[in-house]
Design a protein around this ligand. Structure first.
Ligand SMILES: Nc1nc2c(ncn2[C@@H]2O[C@H](COP(=O)(O)OP(=O)(O)OP(=O)(O)O)[C@@H](O)[C@H]2O)c(=O)[nH]1
Ligand SMILES: [Mg+2]
Length: 302
């Protein structure tokens, strides 16, 4: 008899910058979720689909969990916990070189309150520390919470990723696959395109980057010659931010547009015409429509 098929959800949670999106991409084998050196890169739940033998694992990348102050923060943290609640297994990422932080402790406390979650610990970025330090950290964390299993990984270099994937495959409940075997992401193309531009903005602007920035794909036109025309709006909250993004003689936005276009060409495998426009909208962080475009809930309680 052949093995039964299995399918389920694995939520990746952790503090901002822990490497959740990097791990998702490593699991899927393609860049599905954007990665930057900055905290709070991922804003909504992003699904990537991986196959391991007869198991289909739907990884759910989530925004980092931190103490939220603003409305957007709260919606992001809520999306992260929502991802955990819906998952068959939760993988908590802890950064090896930072160890058990205050933020990490808060997440462990919150996990304890949510009974019935099956949680694996992944100590990530092990390439940054000496291996002797890892056992102590693993023991310390396992004292604080009853993890189903502990893994030591480097999401960026791929160390330990295969072991984690194999274990997760066995944890998935029996059942039919949820997505076609060759599908790797469950995110509309328009949103992937917006995320790619947001990544390039983040990488290019560094410290100058306005937190209050979002990208939306306004128009997507498939052309007869096989190319695609994509029009995007970059929303910022202040006039000054617009100037930062445009740069001297429009040089900054030109460079951003070029970088985004190159990646879109690779991702879509066809010629791309990308048009970016910057719009100042002082109150976009209080604007329900912007949230739904990001895949976040906008509630009065936010
Ligand atoms: N040295 C090292 N760096 C890593 C590793 N995994 C991720 N990183 C880096 O850590 C930074 C954050 O990675 P992300 O994958 O964006 O982290 P995240 O948890 O998704 O962050 P948010 O979306 O902001 O919550 C990036 O600069 C990655 O290249 C790793 O195993 N080793
Ligand atoms: Mg992320």
């Amino acid at each position: 008899m052949s093995n039964p098929t299995r399918a389920g959800f694995v939520a990746l949670i952790g503090e901002p910058n822990a490497g959740k999106s990097t791990l998702l991409n490593a699991m899927v084998g393609a860049k599905v979720s954007i990665v930057t050196h900055k905290v709070q890169t991922t804003r909504a739940r992003i699904r990537g689909v991986a196959m391991q033998g007869q198991s289909q694992i739907v990884f759910v990348d989530t925004p980092g969990i931190f103490r939220p102050r603003r409305r957007l923060d709260r919606a992001m943290v809520q999306a992260a916990w929502g991802g955990a609640a819906d998952a068959d297994v939760v993988v908590l990422l802890i950064e090896a070189h930072r160890g058990l932080t205050e933020g990490g402790k808060a997440i462990l406390e919150a996990l304890k309150e949510r009974e019935g979650l099956r949680v694996a610990l992944a100590i990530n970025k092990i390439d940054k520390v000496k291996s002797e330090a890892l056992l102590g950290l693993a023991a310390q964390l396992n004292e604080k919470f009853e993890f189903a299993k502990t893994f030591m990984i480097s999401a960026e270099r791929g160390h330990g990723v295969a072991d984690l994937k194999e274990w997760l495959a066995g944890e998935m409940p029996e059942g039919p696959w949820l997505y076609p075997e060759d599908q790797i992401a469950d995110l509309p193309l328009r949103m992937i395109a917006s995320e790619i531009t947001r990544e390039k903005l983040t990488l290019r602007l560094h410290e100058e980057l306005p937190y209050q920035l979002t990208v939306e794909t306004e128009n997507w036109e498939e052309r007869e010659d096989g190319s695609v025309r994509i029009d995007q709006l970059i929303y910022v909250a202040r006039d000054g931010h617009k100037g930062i993004i445009l740069g001297h003689k429009g040089e900054t936005i030109k460079a951003i547009s070029k970088a985004a276009r190159m990646e879109l060409i690779e991702f879509l495998d066809r010629p791309v015409h990308l048009f970016l426009q910057v719009k100042v909208r002082p109150n976009w962080l209080e604007d329900a429509e912007r949230y739904s475009e990001m895949g976040l809930d906008f509630k009065d309680g936010n």
